[in-house]
Design a protein around this ligand. Sequence first.
Ligand code: PHB
Length: 394
Amino acid sequence: MRHRTMRHSLTVGLFIAFSMGTASAQDTIKVGFVIPMTGQLAAVGKQVSAGARLYMQEHGDTVAGKKIELIIKDDSGVPDVAKRVAQELLVNDKVRFLGGGLTPSAFAMAPLATESKVPEVVVISGTSAVTERSPYIVRVSFTLGQSSGILGDWAVKNGSKKTVIIQSDWAPGAEATAVFTDRFTKGGGQILDTIKVPLANPDFAPFLQRARDLAPDTLFVFVPAGQAGTFAKQFVERGLDKTGIKLIGPGDITDDDDLPHMGDQMIGTVTALNYSASHNSPKNKAYVAAFKAANGGMRPNFISLGGYDGMHVIYEALAKTGGSADADKLIAAMTSLKWESPRGPMSIDPETRDVVQNIYIRKVEKVGGELYNTEFATFEAVKDPIKEAKKAAH
Ligand code: PHB
């Protein structure tokens, strides 16, 4: 009798230990973001991680009976590091989603998403081809073509005739230039020169001087968010604000993180982008207030929405699959999503797995003593123009 009881309690004990061990592994879904938390574009990593964390703070950490655990890994913007760190996340942490960061890193991680059949949700990169590198990539951020094409059309319709381009010399910069040039010249405008500035430790002064010497009526500039403050400072130091040359560009150059620290000389700058912190919707007002409260008063920029909406597609996809982490099911679920983000209505194109969203034309204004990008025109449901052009050519 005594013997039986002992054996029984041993079995029960083992059962409890066993089920506890497996339950926590099976019921947790890990998400691994590989983003720049240090290095030159650390400001980008800070925004995107804050956006993701805010989403979890608002929506809890359980979906379809699974506990969601977000792991943030720093790649310092170096693609070889991104690849190694992503591999560790897959092998050691057994993440079921990767968050892809800057363009070079998102590219470096793409083969891992394919080999391991783990979806890579791109939360930062704005380079068109990224989504073509793996059938398991979905983008929630933006493409440079989306904003630059809209702005090319707008500029030529609003009096710009001769433009000089200053472009940060990497893939998203090349795409901003290519799409802007295409649309601006089709509308009858002329590009006087395209000046490329190194991505690492840029000194814009000599390039600004060269641009000024060419006497354009318009200067189109792309630098990544995180370099906007440096650019604006040198633009003013070189006296470019007093030349009458119109400064325009993708909204990365007046991003909401750096804009509050820029001078009033930036007032009037016209840009195109998917998000402004002053976007007038109840959803965005709540987002900005909650983001500031959670981040010591920091204003959210467009990059933060990659983190916020990245978590949204992960949560919604898991809800649709009933908690299954099967990559094919998750990709099918993600590409059928349509939702309202703080940036406005958005969806994922089921054909390309790329983001479809409104692009707004905005101008820098002083509102309540602070600089903001005030939206004054909306282009609805804009797709990546580079992919659209490829489709049309077929
Ligand atoms: C990118 O990684 O493609 C990227 C990052 C920051 C930007 C724009 C593009 O502001």
